[in-house]
Design a binder for this molecule. Structure first.
Ligand SMILES: [Zn+2]
Length: 415
């Protein structure tokens, strides 16, 4: 995967997480929050028709306020659907709209559109409730990582995917490899040669199946697992039957007794430790490098202020942000020309700021998500952004000890 793609998908993943968090926060005082899930093969026009139907049915809602709110939400969804042609984007789309409670009896209309979630929408859904429906999206969030699976013995083979936690069998093959017992009248030598040839042919067939499936996806594959009894899986791997780019992605070989479809899940079980480590391996490497610079070099920066300054100088090679960081930043413009920043919790009120330079009290500031603020600068300076999981020790330290923000520098700036 190229740097550009990694960066894009890292940011997309972050935005996807944030969307789910926001949606879960929202509540409606009545059953007035509308969620609409559209699968990739559904026609937009069918959905517009459905929304229109729901709109006229909503006229039967007794509470005037709920009725108005539901109809407003449906109107807003219908307006958004107008932007699309016959079908939704590749992976389908989800629309959310409704009047959410903002406290003190006040409401605010919110409409969010999610195009192309990380995985295709599996089933269509329409719901009007006091909450938005987020479960299918949450399942996708837990469902990350793509691994190729191959199980084989000399009789049969199965090839498939592990997507997040879901196993997808894709293709299978069985062999014509004769058993070890030769028939009468056949010379032992000839029999052995034919048998080896048949085995070789079968391995080629299995590799062909794996190549057809996985080569097109090789840039998105996190690794390949191979399972089977010995010595089959060893012969298969040692013989370099797989396409060389796939061969490079093999994470390990595992003893698996079954080679039918159930063998694929045996393989995933057998590889559980490898898989657990794989998830954060890239993040671990980033943090190792950061700590290496922190203790023995001069290319580490951390905390909002210093990292931001380095970003502006263009000296940051990689911006490291904790996946679990949730913070807003307020930029205050002091009338005496000083610009200062204060970090605040996402739903806290904007505090009054006292300028550290001159002591002026400043009430208003420009507030935004701290991560968006930093990434915008990073993008302009050609700095790569990496989101770091806090599911391992050094990742947790990034969040707790360094405010969730750090960077590895191209050159030392002394900031
Ligand atoms: Zn000032």
């Amino acid at each position: 995967m190229s740097t550009q793609q990694t960066e894009q998908s890292d940011r997309k993943k972050y935005e996807f997480r944030r969307l789910i968090e926001d949606l879960k926060e929202y509540e409606g005082s009545g059953t007035q929050l509308v969620s609409l899930y559209i699968t990739p093969d559904e026609k937009i026009s069918d959905n517009v028709a459905h929304v229109n139907e729901e709109y006229s049915e909503a006229s039967n809602i007794k509470s005037k306020q709920t009725r108005t709110n539901v109809q407003d939400a449906l109107k807003s969804i219908r307006d958004r659907l107008r932007y699309y042609d016959t079908f939704p984007p590749e992976n389908g789309m989800v629309l959310f709209s409704g009047a959410i409670d903002t406290g003190g009896g006040r409401t605010e209309m919110v409409t969010r559109v999610l195009e192309n979630p990380p995985q295709p929408i599996q089933s269509s859904l329409y719901r009007c409730s006091s909450e938005f429906v987020t479960e299918p999206l949450e399942a996708m969030l837990a469902d990350q990582g793509l691994f190729g699976l191959v199980v084989l013995d000399r009789r049969e083979a199965n090839v498939g995917w592990l997507r997040g936690k879901r196993i997808e069998p894709v293709s299978s093959a069985s062999s014509l490899v004769p058993g070890k017992q030769r028939k009468g009248g056949q010379s032992a030598q000839r029999f052995a040669r034919l048998r080896l040839e048949a085995i070789d042919n079968f391995y080629q067939k299995v590799a062909g199946m794996a190549n057809d499936l996985m080569v097109p996806e090789r840039h998105d594959i996190d690794g390949i697992l191979v399972g089977g009894p010995s010595p089959t899986k060893d012969e298969f791997l040692d013989g370099d039957y797989l396409h060389h780019e796939l061969q490079d992605k093999v994470l390990g070989k595992y003893d698996v007794s079954y080679t039918d479809e159930s063998g694929l899940s045996d393989l995933v079980d057998a590889a559980s430790e490898t898989l657990a480590g794989q998830e954060v391996i890239e993040d671990k490497n980033q943090m190792e490098e950061f700590f290496g610079e922190l203790h023995g070099g001069n290319l580490a920066t951390y905390g909002f202020g210093a990292t931001r300054e380095n970003l502006i100088l263009g000296s940051v090679d990689r911006l490291l942000i904790s996946e679990d960081l949730r913070q807003d930043v307020v930029a205050y413009e002091c009338p005496n020309g000083h610009e200062e920043f204060e970090l605040v919790a996402p739903r806290a009120e904007t505090p009054t700021h006292t300028c550290e330079e001159c002591g002026t009290e400043i009430e208003e500031g420009k507030r935004e998500d701290a991560i968006d603020h930093l990434i915008d600068i990073a993008d302009k300076r050609g700095t790569e952004t990496k989101f770091i999981s806090s599911d391992f020790e050094k990742g947790e330290q990034l969040l707790d000890a360094f405010g969730g923000i750090a960077g590895i520098l191209r050159y030392s700036t002394g900031v």
